[in-house]
Design a protein around this ligand. Structure first.
Ligand code: GTP
Ligand code: MG
Ligand code: ZN
Length: 268
């Protein structure tokens, strides 16, 4: 996988063989996406995106395509369950910013670093470069939000392929097709990935999902049952906190939305 540390042996002709894959410190994965049109048989397998990552940089855009908080929350769950440091970039702020303050404040208030950027007007790019320094950073998000454009703008010379989004659907065209890691200086790496349409986090049980919504943590001990899924159970500390206005309804809705896609009693 991208990010794996391996031992290789060199052949005389300059090619090499992988002899050993070092144990992974962590890795990011999701359930392998459904194949369009194909009948789904059996379990969906785990698809590993990259290994040994320090920061997961989740990228969304103000518009073209519209900011998709549900997708962001799903990616956050994948990152938290892999114990990665998670940061959020809201790109294309040159296209308008007012509605974005809401999301900026929401994610900041629960402890995530949020960067507002524009690859076009260059806003926020110095801050972005500083936040990436000394780490292995994986960029993930929907197609067309500007992951490759941002990387090109921050690290001149990268020359990653980018393409305009579809005028008809305002969706990206899946321009980046393979995941690649690039060393941008002695201690900093970036991993550009293909845009995703959907993400189902892999290997999460219903009763564990709440742990990957970081702001739920304080209230989970108030739940009457320790297997509470914060859905309908009486005496639920999370539902109380949502009703009391201390957990955002948008985040709780995302939680329910993901919970709904986890099959009962299964680690999927
Ligand atoms: N207005 C504006 N357009 C941007 C900005 N960043 C990127 N774009 C444009 O958005 C389009 C998509 O950018 P990409 O960098 O290819 O997006 P991506 O996230 O890498 O997309 P995939 O590789 O398909 O996942 C391109 O036409 C970019 O020029 C920005 O900050 N502002
Ligand atoms: Mg790209
Ligand atoms: Zn509960």
């Amino acid at each position: 996988m991208v990010g794996d540390e391996v031992k290789i042996s060199l052949n005389q002709d300059g090619t090499g063989n992988i002899e050993e894959i070092k144990p992974r410190r962590n890795y990011l994965s999701r359930k392998a996406p459904r194949i369009k049109g194909a009948a789904q048989r059996g379990e969906r397998l785990e698809q590993i995106i990259a290994a040994n990552v320090d920061s997961l940089i989740i990228v969304g855009s103000v518009m073209q395509p519209n900011f998709n908080n549900k997708l962001i929350d799903r990616i956050i769950v994948a990152g938290e369950s892999s114990h990665l440091n998670v940061k959020i970039i809201i790109n294309k702020i040159d296209l308008g910013k007012s509605e974005i303050n809401f999301w900026n404040e929401l994610y900041s208030s629960i402890g995530y670093e949020v960067m507002l950027t524009s690859a076009l007007s260059k806003h926020g790019l110095n801050e972005m470069r500083d936040k990436l320094a000394g780490r292995k950073n994986l960029f993930w998000g929907a197609s067309g939000v500007g992951k490759s454009s941002l990387l090109n703008s921050v690290f001149p010379g990268l020359d990653l392929k980018t393409k305009e989004i579809s005028a008809a659907t305002s969706k990206g065209k899946h321009t980046t097709v393979t995941t690649q890691m690039i060393k941008v200086n002695d201690s900093t790496f970036v991993i550009d990935t293909p845009g995703i349409r959907e993400i189902d986090p892999y290997g999460i049980k219903k009763e564990d999902l709440g742990h990957y919504f970081v702001e739920f943590d304080k209230y989970i001990n108030n739940c009457r049952f320790n297997t509470c899924t914060h859905h309908h159970e009486p005496g639920c500390g999370i539902i109380d906190a949502v009703e009391g206005g201390v957990i955002s309804p948008e985040r709780y809705e995302s939680y329910l939305n993901i919970l709904d896609t986890i099959e009962d009693g299964m680690i999927f």
